[in-house]
Design a protein around this ligand. Structure first.
Ligand code: ZN
Length: 82
């Protein structure tokens, strides 16, 4: 049922899922994480991954997910831990 694939290590071992309660500001989109409202940690490599990347919403394929992960989200993922 779950569709989790870690774009970092390829694991399907889903860790904690976290819903973030924050407001999205339309003007401040310099940080791609600012619009992430749901994130999932990878149980194996401990990366924090936006849910839409990890589960590839809107039929995103795994290559696109990995590219977006690497170019947009990977750099700051460790800061997302709460
Ligand atoms: Zn991983």
């Amino acid at each position: 049922m779950e569709n989790f694939i870690c774009p970092e290590c390829g694991s399907n071992n889903e860790g904690n899922r976290l819903l973030l309660n924050k407001e999205i500001s339309g003007n401040d989109n310099k940080d791609p994480w600012s619009s992430v409202l749901e994130q999932i940690s990878c149980e194996d490599c401990k990366s924090i991954i936006p849910a839409h990347i990890a589960e590839r919403w809107d039929n995103m394929n795994i290559d696109t997910a990995k590219k977006e992960w690497a170019s947009l989200y990977k750099k700051d993922n460790k800061k997302q831990k709460t």
